[in-house]
Design a protein around this ligand. Structure first.
Ligand code: MG
Length: 388
């Protein structure tokens, strides 16, 4: 039945990235696998990478509720990633796109995130500025899969296809060639395929709904505040409460976010079809030459999305409840970075060996960015007595 449903809403077949040709090219040529497509292979390579496993120990919004309130069910970067993959797979299947490429891009989309979520990323970027370098999680993800992971005797990195590497860079933003000459070869003057364009929106759908749920569950967000501040949630919450008057508050909130997720996905699918149709897009090349991205919400849903996102920034991500956690994260990343730069001998030997070719600041960044939240805490506990 799902095949029939997918076919009914599928875009023209020539829009999907094919399982052969230019985008399946790898930096180091490899013979094709007997029964797996190139993008399915890439998905497996990502899934088996050390950087992927470490997502389990990295913060999404928080790993514990503030004030030590117990809770072992909050999203980590890993479970967030799996939720993005689920949504992305639904989108690609329904649109008749390359599902294996889409799912692989979802699995890899957060692999470049350092410990401590956004606070960690900002702190690393600031630490690199005096070296005329910067930290960007998309470019760091590319670095991980092209160089940092060491698993295969024949090459460094995961030797992923061009299509996956392009999607890693371009799934959430466009980079200008003038500012990033090293990215020549990734079609910077063209839009990415729809498979990559969908990832950023699948990511938004996943975290907007999940963060409302985790925010409520942690006690940082009050139900009244979400109800008042997020109209999309309010509509579905009222609907659910009228239909299930005896359901518990937690189940009702879950039902509201579930309906929200479904509405966002449904709107996105309809808007992509509408835009493709309106622009007369029939091939992958048309997608690439389109003046703007084709994956988007309708204007009405885009307004809802912005309101929900603004609400989460004001009341969750930048909430005073998490201020201490953020300050702690920045302090550890900055101090550890400075300590490793001053004393490179504190780095493990396999990292120290990279200094000659990669430079000290980038080598320290690679090491710190790879750490989980608990690993960086332990590293700081070990090293901080020397720094004081
Ligand atoms: Mg994400």
């Amino acid at each position: 039945m799902s095949t029939v449903l997918a076919q009914a809403g599928a875009l023209p077949a020539a829009i999907a990235v094919p399982h052969e040709g230019e985008l399946t090219r790898r930096a180091h040529a490899e013979p094709p696998h007997a029964y797996r497509t190139p993008f399915a292979r890439d998905g497996a390579r990502v899934l088996h990478a050390r950087a992927f496993r470490r997502l389990a120990g990295k913060t999404q919004v928080f790993t514990q509720a503030p004030e030590g309130k117990p809770g072992d069910h909050f999203r980590s970067r890993l479970t967030h990633t799996l939720e993005v993959a689920q949504i992305a797979r639904t989108l690609a299947t329904s649109l008749g796109l390359n599902v294996e490429l889409t799912e692989t891009l979802a699995l890899v989309h957060d692999i470049g995130h350092p410990p401590f979520g956004h606070a960690g990323e900002t702190a690393l970027d600031r630490a690199l500025a005096p070296f005329s370098l910067s930290f960007d999680h998309n470019l760091h993800a590319l670095r991980i899969v092209t160089w940092f992971e060491e698993r295969y005797p024949a090459f460094r990195g995961l030797n992923l296809t061009l299509g996956v590497r392009e999607g890693i860079i371009k799934h959430s933003r466009d980079y200008a060639l003038e500012a990033h000459p090293e990215l020549a070869g990734y079609f910077l003057d063209r839009r990415p395929p729809l498979e990559a364009q969908l990832i950023d929106l699948a990511d938004e759908i996943a975290y907007l709904t999940a963060d409302i749920e985790d925010g409520l569950d942690s006690g940082i967000l009050a139900l009244d505040a979400v109800h008042a501040g997020v109209p999309l949630f309010r509509g579905f919450h009222d609907e659910a409460r009228a239909k299930f008057p005896h359901a518990t508050p937690r189940v009702l909130a879950g039902e509201a976010t579930r309906r929200m997720l479904n509405a966002l996905v449904t709107d996105l699918l309809a808007e992509v079809r509408r835009r493709v149709d309106a622009a007369g897009i029939a091939t992958l090349d048309d997608v690439r030459r389109s003046p703007e991205r084709l994956a988007a919400f309708s204007p009405a849903m885009e307004a809802e999305r912005k309101t929900a996102k603004r609400f989460l920034y004001a009341n969750l991500y930048n909430s005073p409840d998490l201020e201490e956690t953020r300050a702690h994260a920045v302090r550890i990343v900055e101090n550890l970075f400075a300590e490793f730069v001053a004393n490179p001998n504190l780095l493990p030997e396999d990292h120290r060996e990279q200094i000659a070719s990669q430079g000290l600041a980038r080598t320290v960044t690679d090491y710190i960015a790879g750490m989980t939240d608990s690993f960086i805490e332990q590293a700081w506990t070990r090293i901080s007595p020397r720094a004081s």
